[in-house]
Structure formats: C-alpha cells, structure tokens
Design a protein around this ligand. Structure first.
Ligand SMILES: [Zn+2]
Length: 331
C-alpha cells in the first residue's frame, strides 16, 4: 500500500490522537474520504501502530492489504466494492455471477445484516473490530435504521468509520451518534505532488486540479478517464460555437458535470467573482444572468436522471444546443 498523501496523513494523525468509537468523515467528493477511512481502520487494527498510523508490516496490516481481515467489515454499495477491489458476500457474488440482478448502487439490506452479525461476533485477532461505511449516504431508510441500532448499542470492542460525500443526506440521529470530522482541503502543492506520483505530468497537474475544483481524487479520475486538460481549456468556447464535437465520447453524467462547472464559472464572473474550474481567458463572454440561471436549473434537473439516459448521443446533442443558447444570450 502506498503511503497516504500528505494532507491525509496529517488528518490521520489528528484522528488517532483522539478517542472515539464512531467517526463521521464528511466533506465534498474527491477529498480522500475513503482513503482516510481505510487508513484509520488499518491503524486501529494494527499490531504495532504508531501515532502516524498502521505499521504496514504486521499480519493485521497484511490482512487488510489483501482485503481479507476477519475483524474489518466494509459496508459499501456493490458497485463501489467492485470498483475498489473488495470481495462481495458469497450470496451477492453468486447472484451477480448468475446475472440475477445488477450490482447495487445502494448499500443493500443483506450487506447490513451481515454487518450486524459481524458486530455481534468476538474479534478474531483481539484488537477489536471495525466497520467502515462508505459512501454512508448510500444507505436507504431501512439500512440506516439498522445501523443506528448498532451505533446506539455498540459492543465494547467495535468501532465505526462512516465516510460521506453528502453528510446532509444522513439521518440526523446517525450524525449525532458520531464524532464529526470535516475533510481538509489539500494545498495546491501537496495535491500536485500527489497527482505526479500517480503518473500525471507536472505541467498538467495544475490544469487537472483546476478542472476538478481543487479536489485531488476528482482530478485523478479525470486524468484516468483520458481527458486532456488542453481539451478542457477549449471546451467553453467550443460550446459557445455550438460545436457538438466538444463533448463527443463523453459519458452523459460527465458532460452534465462539466457543463455545471462552466455554468458555475460564468455565474461567478457575472456577479464579479473569479472562475474556479476554468481560466478566465478560456471563458466566452458570459450570457445574460437570466439565461445562465435558467441553464443552471435545467442542468440540475438533468443531473438527477442522467444515469439512465434514453439515448446518450441525443442527450449530448441536446446538452450542447442548450449550452449554446445560454452562452449566446445577450447580457
Ligand atoms: Zn501493522
């Protein structure tokens, strides 16, 4: 396992210095909630932890690294388990193998039941047990209420880390049972250095971070999706021309998110602020405030249903034409 990025390491040290059997790590996406949650769990379970975290050498650390620690329960949606390389429960894996259903995007009731069972078992290695819930906002009402019961009556050696990118969606009763930790934003230099360790060229790191609004995980995802920061820079003016090629090959969800960033920046500029995701020089003249606000509203509605577009190609065309008219509205 790589050593964590500098801003995560600092937060880990801070959390380990405090007592608490249930943490809620909260903040917008892309700041490293999952990495911090897992590092915290790994440190709690480690045989020889230091103030800075797990040793990385012991049998416990090894078991976490190979994703087979008997005292660690990862409670995540199946899509996230698969993406991050965690094994699914036997029954769930069988259902997916037999194509009985698609991997769930929510934390399933079955997985929660397994977690409750896990909570009631005795620890296998004698250093307590940890349940990691990520993203915690993907619990439905049933799973959230089940978790709440376990949080209210925790077994002595059981600890929780809930990591969320939308903590306002959690039940207030769950939030109040946890110690809250707000994720720190990395400094530009730390984030750029970390991106370079992931294979990003130094010259591109700053542009990727800008496109991601300063969130390093999002910048890395953008890079790994093969997006070119140079293409990002020319996107606003291409859209103002109505050039549909600007978004060719983009997933609709990704396109909507890019358009929301552009709309955000133009609204910021219109009200005398600075753009956040694009360089000022790359932006076309902002359209009218009314047109931009209307566009922002339309994009928010589209974002709700974008996971299941009827026809991705048609949707991109519609998005480009909507962008063009907003961008060419007279201020
Ligand atoms: Zn260790």
């Amino acid at each position: 396992m790589n050593s964590p990025p500098a801003w995560i390491a600092a937060q880990l040290r801070q959390l380990l210095a405090q007592r608490g059997h249930a943490w809620l790590l909260q903040g917008p996406s892309g700041l490293g909630q999952y990495v911090l949650a897992l590092d915290l769990a790994r440190a709690w379970l480690c045989d020889q932890p230091s103030a800075g975290g797990a040793c990385g050498q012991c049998a416990s650390c090894h078991a976490v690294d190979v994703r087979a620690h008997t005292d660690l329960c990862m409670l995540m949606p199946e899509t996230v388990m698969l993406e991050l390389g965690w094994p699914l429960g036997e029954k769930a894996q069988q259902d997916l193998d037999e194509k009985k259903r698609k991997p769930s995007k929510e934390i399933r009731v079955d997985a929660m039941r397994d977690a409750v069972e896990f909570a009631q078992r005795t620890s296998g290695r004698g250093r307590g047990k940890v349940v990691v819930v990520y993203p915690a906002e993907r619990m439905n009402e049933v799973t959230a209420n089940t978790l709440l019961k376990t949080l209210e009556e925790p077994a002595g050696d059981l600890r929780f880390v809930l990591a969320s990118e939308a903590a306002h969606l959690l039940l207030p009763t769950i939030r109040s049972r946890c110690l809250g930790h707000t994720m720190a934003w990395p400094g530009q230099d730390d984030a750029a250095a970390w991106l370079q360790r992931q294979g990003v060229k130094p010259a591109e790191a700053a542009a990727l971070l800008r496109a991601a609004g300063g969130r390093p995980d999002d910048a890395l995802a953008f890079f790994q999706a093969g997006r070119d920061p140079k293409v990002w820079a020319v996107l606003p003016k291409a859209l103002a021309r109505g050039d549909a090629g600007a978004l060719a090959g983009w997933e609709p969800a990704e396109a909507v998110s890019a358009l929301q960033k552009l709309c955000h920046d133009l609204l910021a500029v219109t009200s005398g602020g600075a753009p956040r995701f694009f360089q000022a020089a790359d932006l076309p003249p902002a359209g009218s405030l009314a047109a931009l606000t209307g566009w922002a509203r339309d994009l928010a509605v589209t974002a709700q249903t974008v996971e299941h577009p009827f026809n991705a190609g048609l949707m991109i065309e519609a998005l480009v034409s909507q962008a063009r008219s907003a961008l060419n509205s007279k201020a």
